[in-house]
Write a protein that binds this ligand. Structure first.
Ligand code: HEC
Length: 162
């Protein structure tokens, strides 16, 4: 009896563990504005008064270089660890969910013009949080999507994590 119960429970437990927290962009925006704008700027471009006083300029989230390699996971880790050598503290004081909210939000700066009623991004948050913008673009080009749809998908994926 106990064994049979396990047969049913085990997949349920595994499923529960693998379903990820899907971040809230809205909450991420608020948290970003409270914690990050002083250095990284409201628009995410890093052009702040504070920037001139730091050893190294804060990252601009609009920098095309960032598209190549930067992932939400990377942003999450940077917040968790901090970059103390350049004056960015650790944000472990924020909960994991809050850090994920911000990590997702910093990927929305490039395009906030697309407003969709019923967004259906073709990649789940769990997949996209490990991918840079360039990797997402490459994936959809390989799938044969026309160029405007590729960019639309990127924006959907970043702005409406699901
Ligand atoms: C006191 C200023 C300051 C604050 C506040 C700050 N940062 Fe930074 N941040 C920096 C600087 C400076 C760098 C550049 C680090 C480098 O180039 O090595 C940086 C780098 C980063 C990076 C890139 C790290 C890497 O290694 O690639 C991310 C992501 C980041 N910040 C996110 C955030 C987020 C999100 C917040 C708010 C929760 C935040 N930062 C708050 C100054 C700050």
């Amino acid at each position: 009896m106990v064994k049979t119960l396990w047969l049913f429970l085990f997949p349920a437990i595994c499923f529960a563990q693998s379903s990820p927290y899907v971040p809230s962009i809205e909450n991420g925006k608020k948290l970003y504005e409270d914690n990050c704008t002083v250095c990284h700027g409201v628009q995410g471009d890093g052009k702040t008064a504070m920037a001139t006083m730091l050893k190294k300029p804060p990252v601009s989230f609009l920098d095309p270089k960032i598209e190549e390699s930067f992932t939400p996971q990377h942003a999450f880790d940077a917040m968790t660890e901090g970059r103390k050598d350049v004056g960015m503290q650790s944000f472990k004081n924020l909960s994991k969910k809050e850090r994920w909210d911000i990590a997702a939000y910093v990927f929305t700066f490039r395009d906030q013009t697309l407003k969709v009623e019923d967004p259906r991004p073709e990649l789940s948050w769990d997949e996209s949080k490990l991918m840079s913008d360039s990797q997402i673009i490459e994936l959809f080009r390989k799938r044969g999507l026309p160029e405007d749809k590729v960019i639309e998908q990127l924006t959907l994926i970043r702005s409406y994590p699901q």
